[in-house]
Design a protein around this ligand. Structure first.
Ligand code: PLP
Length: 379
């Protein structure tokens, strides 16, 4: 099976050289738009490409408003602040995620609480969420409180792992029942849809990332999505140092952030976005090849959840156990085919290991068995 995997990946990418996990592809108007920005001198946080990029992302995702930021972590930080997360509160999230999800919670002065994921979506489990809330939380006048810590549960922050949409209908049902705002970490899910609707547009706010390893890149960048005009206005204000609009005066009415995406990055993003539908098609075709191979060779490929249309940003295999996983990682990486395990569970990291969690049974299973395999768009 391992030899067959190496042969398959080399056949897909048509090279005997090192094959990375994910590399960006610049096959469109990138150079043209970047030169245009340089010629215009508007390389920084003012310039027409930023608002164009926002408009196009709003159109593509169906979000009413999109606010561009310097990276996805900054977008998460602002989205959580706007959802009402305050110091001393808690945010329920998954242990299966990239560290940015938890760091953004921490930047708000809040703490993550970890609830298990579903094996079928790799995302936060509505049943586990309901179970946690029922067991540990109670309604009070100003919200839902964790009886163990005495802290308010300010938000729920699921993540669409590797672009696979989590069970949003289920999560919304639970969150609505408790009046907890839902914020989606859709950093990995640009191009992923559930019942035809784009990930990141179900919650009160959603967040995208355009880091160099994501499905499209701006170098570094992120986006806040929301349908709420007032939240959108506040997101723009907070990410632009809370400066009051004026032709020459510098007046700020609160502590804001220098989080606006520069024009240079937005130009790259606009060129990338033009190719996104093609990237999604090619990634889905690549996933199909992995799936066909897996079915023929008895391997377990992680498929998109039923009823969803995933971007297959990062492809994943499930090995039998920890020993087989480590043998596979060693085998492929020493043969120049990059593969990697799941992130360390957030609940095991030194900064978050004191945080409350449920049993995390599925999360631990995935952490032991899952590997990511090369997923760059095939040219
Ligand atoms: C990439 C990513 C982010 C944001 O990362 P940035 O590098 O700050 O753009 C946030 N959450 C998850 C799950 C991610 O994969």
């Amino acid at each position: 099976m391992f030899d067959g995997f190496i042969r398959l990946v080399r056949e897909i990418y048509q090279t005997e050289q090192f094959i990375p996990l994910h590399e960006p592809r610049f096959a469109g108007n990138e150079k043209q738009y970047l030169l245009d920005v340089i010629d215009s001198t508007f390389v920084s946080s003012v310039g027409p490409y930023v608002s164009q990029f926002e408009t196009k992302i709003a159109e593509y995702t169906g979000a009413k408003h999109a606010i561009a930021t310097v990276n996805g972590t900054a977008a998460l930080h602002i989205a959580l602040l706007l959802a009402g997360v305050q110091p001393g509160e808690e945010v329920i999230t998954q242990a299966v995620t990239f560290v940015a999800t938890c760091n953004a919670i921490h930047y708000c002065g809040a703490e993550p609480v970890f609830v298990d994921v579903d094996a079928s979506t790799l995302g936060l489990s509505p049943a586990a969420l309901a179970g946690f809330l029922e067991q540990f939380c109670e309604h009070r006048d100003d919200g839902v409180y964790n009886k163990t810590s005495g802290k308010r549960i300010a938000a729920c922050l699921p993540m669409h792992t590797f672009g696979h949409p989590c069970d949003l209908a289920g999560l919304i049902r639970v969150c609505d029942g408790y009046g907890i705002p839902l914020v989606e970490d859709a950093a990995e899910a640009l191009g992923s849809r559930l019942n035809g609707r784009h990930c990141g547009t179900f919650g009160k706010l959603g967040v995208l990332s355009f880091n160099g390893n994501k499905i499209i890149t701006t170098g570094g960048g992120g986006m806040i999505l929301t349908d709420d005009a007032d939240l959108a206005r506040r997101a723009k204000h907070l990410t632009t140092t809370a400066k009051l609009p004026h032709a020459w005066k510098f007046e700020h009415d609160q502590v804001g952030y220098n989080y606006r995406m520069p024009n240079l990055n937005a130009a790259l993003g606009l060129a990338q976005l033009e190719q996104l539908p093609d990237f999604v098609e090619r990634k889905r075709a690549l996933a199909r090849r992995y799936l066909d191979w897996a079915q023929a060779s008895g391997a377990h490929f992680v498929e998109e959840p039923a009823g969803t249309h995933a971007n297959y940003w990062l492809n994943a295999l499930l090995l039998d156990d920890l020993t087989q996983r480590d043998t596979f990682l060693e085998f492929s990486n020493t043969r120049g085919v990059m593969t990697r395990p799941l992130w360390e569970l957030m609940s095991d990291l030194p900064m978050y290991k004191h945080c409350q969690r449920d049993g995390l049974r599925q999360s631990r299973q995935l952490a032991e068995r899952l590997v990511n395999v090369p997923s760059s768009v095939v040219s």
